[in-house]
Ligand binder design. Structure first.
Ligand code: SAM
Length: 248
């Protein structure tokens, strides 16, 4: 049977497509891509002409079975997404699962991911972290999710797009407090790469004041709740319990 290769592609800088990724993408029978036009453009820079198949959230279930049949027939396939590592806030999970359930070999060609790239330059505690991906688009759901994370001691990592970065930081200030340390990684490996650190309130003010700091793609990292936050929370609950006994 053939192998499904899960291949990471650049998050901006073409130089980050590894030699092994290039070789695999050249040699497989077909490449499953999120946006075939986007991937065709990337591959053409490397003189790779492998056939492409569109695999996105809407057709993934149906296509997965057909792709599994091709693998069983001995073909080899690669899975890529538009940028970075497939399955990380990108399609591919259903295909990988279907292939594994069919007993097929699934093999990674590791490489760029905005998540790890951002963490590697943030200077926030990185021994343990919680990747939250994209927050809900709806304000009420987003605030709810952030509120639920306020006591999380691990470094929190979010993906965010340019049109919501302002609102997201405002909501983070409200949920975590303006004094919480955070790092904003923008346009990593690209021309306007910027890594800003400060308190959440400072970062929000910066993004509001400077339209350039709202452009591009973002990874937002927030330091986990420290012992102080934890202690305040416990104290708050204790006082509330005491008071609620005396309230009508
Ligand atoms: N699979 C990708 C990965 O491994 O990083 C992530 C795909 S997700 C649909 C796209 C999001 O990743 C963007 O909205 C942004 O939050 C983040 N991202 C991707 N490229 C980035 C870059 N060069 N700099 C900062 N963030 C980036």
């Amino acid at each position: 049977a053939g192998v499904l290769h899960v291949v990471a592609t650049p998050i901006g800088n073409l130089g980050d497509l590894s030699p092994r990724a290039q070789a695999v993408l050249r040699e497989v029978d077909a490449i499953c891509a999120e946006d075939t036009r986007h991937t065709r453009q990337l591959l053409s820079q490397f003189g790779i002409a492998t056939p492409l198949l569109a695999l996105h959230e809407h057709n993934e279930d149906a296509l997965a079975q057909r792709l599994v049949a091709r693998l069983q027939a001995g073909q080899s396939l690669a899975l890529v997404s538009d940028a970075g590592t497939p399955l990380v806030s990108d399609p591919g999970y259903r295909l990988v699962r279907a292939a594994r359930e069919a007993g097929l070999r699934v093999s990674p060609v590791p490489g760029p991911s905005a998540l790890v790239a951002a963490l590697s330059v943030a200077g926030l505690p990185s021994d343990r972290f919680a990747f939250e991906g994209f927050l809900p688009a709806k304000a009420s759901a987003r605030r709810e999710r952030l509120a639920a994370l306020a006591g999380e001691p691990r470094t929190l990592i979010f993906y965010e797009s340019s049109h919501r970065i302002d609102d997201m930081l405002a909501d983070a200030v409200a949920a975590f407090g303006g004094e919480r340390r955070a790092v904003l990684a923008r346009e990593l490996t690209k021309l306007f790469e910027t890594v800003l650190d400060g308190t959440l309130a400072q970062l929000h003010a910066r993004v509001v004041a400077d339209a350039d700091q709202r452009k591009g793609e973002f990874v937002v990292m927030v330091e986990g709740a420290g012992d102080d936050g934890e202690a305040r929370l416990v104290e708050g609950r204790r006082v509330y319990a005491l008071l609620s006994g005396h309230l009508p």
